[in-house]
Structures are given as structure tokens and as C-alpha cells.
Design a protein around this ligand. Structure first.
Ligand code: 13P
Length: 339
């Protein structure tokens, strides 16, 4: 196993205050987002939209790596250059989502288990050949009465650790993504307790499976109230709860932490990241950065709206949100700055 190579890639993904662009929506998720805006859901519209993303000039000033999906890693620009080559030439590291989605967990009808371990070794070898240098696997945990169950947590952290070990064997840096969902009315304290429990169990499993922490990234949720919780939180409360939870559970050896946005608005996700970095600057053992999909892409997709005439404005929005998040990594995000 090439541990120095893994560590080098993991470090490069969090270097220079940059973060990741998650553009790995599965076909069904991409179609759902297109449908909300009335954009036709075809291979060609998905390709055209992803071309807009990867060909954005200056993207690499703020983005270190881009997470692709199986369909996208095989696609090219209209002029015939593969997306992977476009990214590599721009000095952006290509990555790939390798899980096969969250499926019903047998015996626990309200919960999910992420599929995709069968045949994963062979799929990782192919993705490495296609140019991917890191991978991503997402597990989801719902909060509710009696949820998440021990069965759901154990099954998912076990799968995450086995995925991570297989990635490292294949020379790909695993991004390990346990997402505690925001659906429901739960409080900040409840989200804290569940996130703390999941991360504690996860790192025990990563240790058991022999995963090298220096050669992986964690992609967690921020600690947030449920979407329908009547209680309102401040930016600083979320920042403090999230960092406290991570300091208690994530070993200092982990190369970096890159948050998912989880349905927060662009401004809120960026403000939370900014507060964490400005309030805890001196105390963080790992880089705290972003790996957002919706919080970066939602404004971009809405501006584009399947119109060639809007490509430039959409790319400007992409640069704006990517650079705002790079500023947030340094505690320098100014929400008043005009788009
Ligand atoms: P969001 O930032 O939209 O939560 O997506 C991140 C991601 O990669 C989900 O797997």
C-alpha cells in the first residue's frame, strides 16, 4: 500500500485554504434538482451543466478537488476533452462517488444502509485508471424517536470503514461521509449527541479495519437543529457545537475535515464555516474546510437554467461561492460583499 502517496493526496485536498466541489449527484438526485427548475432531465443536460462547472476559469484558485459521479467521470466537453483531463490540467484533483446509494435497512423500516461493497475492489481499480485519486461514500442517519438505532449505526460505520480500507488498498484517498440528517424537529443538543455517537463508533471501526487516518478525509454534517425545530440558533452556537463535537471525536491524525452543506443556504453554510475557523483558529488540529454540493451549486444551477446565454453569469456565481468558502476557511468571509 502506498501510504506516502495517500498522505500526499489527502494533504493536497486541504492545502492552501481550498476546499472541494461536490458535483457527484447521482442521476436521480441531479434529475430531481433539474425538475425543480423545469430543466429537462437528460444525459445531455446533465453533461452540459457539468461542462459549465468544470470549465469555469479560476475554479482552481479556490477548489482543490472535484467529486464526480460514474456518469460524469466518463463524459467530455462538446469539443471532446474528457472532464477528468480538464480538471487535471486546471490542477484540480478528480474524485469519484463510489457508494450505490442508501437503501432500506432490513428489519428497520425507517432507516437506511448504504450499498456498494460488493465488487467495490474492481470498481475502484477502474476509477483509478480513469484518473480518480480519491473517493467518497455517504451514509445517512435519521434522528427521531428511538432513531438512529444501534443496528443502523453499526451497519453503516462498518460499511464506511470497509470502503475506506478498500480505497486505501487501491491508492485512493477515502472521503468518509457519515451524514446525520436535518429532517425533523430535533434540538441542537440532540444532533450533537447523535453526531458524537456516530463519529465515536466510526473511528473505532476505522481503527479496527486498519484505515490510516493521515490518508483520509472526514466529511461530516455540521451540528444543526432539525429543519422543523421551533428553536432558532445563532451562527456562533452552531459553530461552537460543531467544533466541540469534532474535537471530542475526531483524532488529530485525520488529514482534514470537509463539511457537507446538508440543505443549508449558501450564505448560512458559509457563515457557519467562517465562524468555526475564526473562533477556533488556534485550537484546530485539522483543516476545517468545505465539500459542498447544494451550498455552492444551487445558485449556479438556478442562474444557468439550461440557457447558454446564462453560462457566464452562472460561472461567476460558482467562483463567488467557491471564493467565499475559501475566505471562510480563513475566517474572512464577508456576506455583505456583492455577488
Ligand atoms: P450537500 O452539500 O448538498 O449536502 O451535498 C454534499 C454531498 O456530497 C452529499 O453526499
Amino acid at each position: 500500500m502506498n501510504i506516502p502517496g495517500l498522505i500526499e493526496t489527502a494533504k493536497a485536498l486541504v492545502a492552501d485554504n481550498k476546499g472541494l466541489l461536490a458535483m457527484d449527484e447521482s442521476t436521480s438526485t441531479a434529475n430531481r434538482r433539474f425538475a425543480e427548475l423545469g430543466i429537462p432531465q437528460t444525459v445531455e443536460t446533465r453533461r452540459a451543466y457539468r461542462e459549465l462547472l468544470v470549465t469555469t476559469a479560476q475554479l482552481s484558485e479556490n477548489i482543490s478537488g472535484a467529486i464526480l459521479y460514474d456518469e460524469t467521470i466518463r463524459q467530455s466537453t462538446l469539443t471532446g476533452t474528457s472532464f477528468v483531463d480538464i480538471l487535471i490540467r486546471a490542477d484540480i484533483i478528480p474524485g469519484i462517488k463510489v457508494d450505490l446509494g442508501a437503501k432500506d435497512l432490513a428489519g428497520f423500516p425507517a432507516e437506511k444502509i448504504t450499498d456498494g461493497l460488493d465488487g467495490l475492489r474492481e470498481r475502484l481499480a477502474e476509477y483509478a485508471q480513469l484518473g480518480a485519486r480519491f473517493a467518497k461514500w455517504r451514509a445517512v442517519f435519521s434522528i427521531g424517536e428511538g432513531l438512529p438505532t444501534r443496528a443502523c449505526m453499526e451497519a453503516n460505520v462498518h460499511a464506511l470503514a470497509r470502503y475506506a480500507a478498500l480505497c486505501q488498498e487501491a491508492g485512493l484517498v477515502p472521503i468518509v461521509e457519515p451524514e446525520v440528517l436535518t429532517d425533523g424537529t430535533h434540538t441542537l443538543e440532540r444532533c450533537f449527541a447523535v453526531t458524537e455517537r456516530v463519529l465515536g463508533m466510526l473511528f473505532a471501526q476505522l481503527y479496527t479495519q486498519g484505515v490510516r487516518l493521515e490518508g483520509m478525509l472526514l466529511k461530516p454534517n455540521m451540528v444543526l437543529t432539525g429543519k422543523d425545530c421551533p428553536e432558532k440558533t445563532t451562527i456562533n452556537q452552531v459553530a461552537d457545537a460543531t467544533v466541540t463535537c469534532l474535537l471530542r471525536t475526531v483524532p488529530a491524525a485525520v488529514a482534514g475535515i470537509a463539511f457537507l452543506s446538508g440543505g443549508q443556504s449558501s450564505e448560512l453554510a458559509t457563515s457557519h464555516l467562517n465562524a468555526m475557523n475564526s473562533r477556533f483558529k488556534e485550537r484546530l488540529p485539522w483543516a476545517l474546510t468545505f465539500s459542498f454540493s447544494r451550498a455552492i451549486q444551487q445558485p449556479v444551477l438556478a442562474i444557468w437554467n439550461n440557457q447558454d446565454a446564462n453560462i457566464e453569469a452562472a460561472q461567476q456565481a460558482l467562483v463567488y461561492w467557491a471564493s467565499s468558502n475559501r475566505a471562510a476557511r480563513q475566517g474572512n468571509y464577508n456576506p455583505a460583499a456583492v455577488l
